[in-house]
Design a protein around this ligand. Structure first.
Ligand code: DSN
Length: 411
């Protein structure tokens, strides 16, 4: 930073502290990742200047010659990477993308079926706190009580009775693969649109490490900063026949100008995602999650659904008599960054959060593998069984810092 320390020393100092925090802690937040430096360069570049209402070749402000090329590149690379017919790269976020999908083909109060939030769904899938629930009539499906996995027969029977105009599939806290083909059949049989929110798993899908929802869905949304390893912002993929509706729903429907610096970052990660190094990281992300789940299970932690097939490991801390908040705070105190998460069984004991959601995307991007997952599970366990023993927590913190030093984020 050349100029910020002079213009605003307070913010400059806080950025330096945040950089140090990132380097010296283990990021196990399932919705975060460490991005290539080229992404940071693009996001902080001169591209911040341009206002771009409209779409390439049809803007409301002059001077868009180069940014049109950038947006066209982002669109064509997104389509190529995911095998999609149409892409809109302007959404500011995953929730903005989801709003645009809803408003593209639904009328106010239309019926939508989506996954319940405590069972893994997302706020923007019709949670009562979200604008989406005020605009549309949502019903939610849940996971099976025993297996904690989607029960497709139950989804079918709710769908046949409720007759939604759209079915939403995809989750922010669900460690299992989803059978998109089955969901597509359910949607098709009641003439509903199928909309997949793959925000969390976009990078794994891009690398073909897990199955893609794109061939089976009318609409797919995702964000670029989770497994995708890119900058901020969302993307919508859809069948060609919905393209103009999606474009109108994004701009002018839900947004004004988009952010060219973020669109450039999206274009960059869609290029880098074709490199063997990206694919290797995505493979390692899933392998690391499986190792971490196994190592924690071996130490007596109940893993929601019994394991994982993506980057997430959802731990039921109730199996150790700990509430999620204590787990999150204790781990943060030793430099392991996680988030407490409501899990399906919490629905029976309202107000309790007994889950801890872990994600391996960032530690795998840092180069860590199965040996480190064993070490991380040991460190998590050591901290959580000693929540009130400061001397033990101090020792664990030192070991976390040593592990981080061996795997620098930016060297
Ligand atoms: N959707 C939120 C999460 O999963 O944590 C943030 O992206």
């Amino acid at each position: 930073m050349l100029h910020l320390p002079k213009d605003d020393p307070a913010i400059a100092r806080l950025i330096e502290k945040e950089e140090k925090r990132i380097e010296t802690t283990l990021d196990l937040i399932a919705a975060e990742n460490h991005v290539p430096l080229s992404i940071l360069e693009a996001m902080g570049s001169i591209l911040n200047t341009k206002t771009i209402e409209g779409y390439p070749g049809n803007r409301f402000h002059a001077g868009c010659r180069y940014v049109d090329e950038i947006e066209r590149l982002a669109i064509s690379r997104a389509k190529l990477l995911f095998g999609a017919e149409y892409a809109n790269v302007q959404p500011h976020s995953g929730t903005s993308a989801n709003l645009a999908v809803f408003f593209s083909v639904l009328e106010l109060e239309d019926k939508v079926l989506a996954m319940s939030l405590p069972h893994g769904g997302h706020l923007s899938h019709g949670h009562r706190a979200s604008l989406t629930s005020k605009c549309f009539t949502f019903q939610h499906y849940e996971v099976d009580r025993e297996t904690e996995r989607i029960d497709y027969e139950s989804v079918r029977s709710i769908a046949e009775e409720f007759r939604p105009k759209m079915i939403v599939v995809g989750a922010s806290s669900y460690p299992r693969l989803i059978d998109y083909e089955k969901m597509a059949h359910i949607a098709e049989d009641i003439s509903a649109y199928l909309f997949t929110d793959m925000a969390h798993i976009g990078g794994l899908v891009a690398a073909k490490v897990i199955p893609s929802p794109v061939p089976f869905s009318d609409f797919v949304s995702f964000t670029c900063y989770k497994t995708m390893m890119g900058g901020r912002g969302g993307v919508i993929l859809c069948k060609h026949r919905y393209g103009s509706k999606i474009d109108r729903a994004v701009f002018p429907g839900c947004q004004g100008t988009s952010a060219v610096n973020l669109i450039a970052a999206k274009a960059i990660i869609f290029k880098l995602a074709q490199d063997p190094q990206f694919i290797e990281i995505q493979k390692r992300t899933v392998a690391d999650a499986v190792s971490l789940a196994n190592e924690l299970a071996a130490r007596g932690y109940r893993i929601v659904t019994g394991g994982t097939e993506n980057h997430q490991v959802i731990v039921d801390l109730g199996s150790k008599g700990i509430i999620g908040e204590i787990g999150e705070d204790t781990l943060e105190s030793v430099g392991i960054i996680t988030n407490r998460n409501v899990i399906p069984r919490d629905v029976q004991t309202r107000g309790t959060v007994s889950g801890l959601r872990l994600g391996t995307a960032a530690v795998s991007a840092r180069g860590m593998g199965p040996g480190e997952m064993k070490e991380i599970a040991e460190l998590i366990d050591e901290a959580l069984i000693n929540v009130n023993r400061k001397n033990v927590l101090d020792q664990v913190a030192q070991e976390v810092a040593a592990l981080c030093r061996k795997f620098p984020v930016y060297g």
